[in-house]
Design a protein around this ligand. Sequence first.
Ligand SMILES: [Zn+2]
Ligand SMILES: [Zn+2]
Ligand SMILES: [Zn+2]
Length: 153
Amino acid sequence: MDMAYIEKILHLRDIKPTAIRILVLGTMLNHNSAFSLSDLETEMGTVDKSTLSRTINLFHQHHLIHSIDDGSGSIKYSVCREECQCSLGDLHVHFHCDRCGNTYCMEGISIPNITLPPNFRLENINFVMKGVCSQCISGKRKRFSPKKESCNI
Ligand SMILES: [Zn+2]
Ligand SMILES: [Zn+2]
Ligand SMILES: [Zn+2]
């Protein structure tokens, strides 16, 4: 992963690029699907757990990553596109594969327009579709294998 690129992204989000933040963001960017705190803990065994969770919270506050509740019981995160401000207009659909357990951002599919009854105020939408991802359909991935390959969606 290109260090200069990682530093640039941190600067864009007003985050001071410390060594640990660069390391954490580099690990996040290696993911082709959403990741949880415990995924990162496993991958970054040498990093202190509370540092890791503070870093995730900081990234989340600065809209560098967005959170996804895919119904699996642990909150997942995914790195936002550069222009994302995590506003309602930036929200997109997520896809959870029941076979491999991975969750993917479907950034090309926005949330349908929703009209609420009077006096209801929309603040967040969690739109998760479930099914089988392309890797699992093509037989390229075995059940719960390491989350490394890309899903090419
Ligand atoms: Zn975002
Ligand atoms: Zn899958
Ligand atoms: Zn997403």
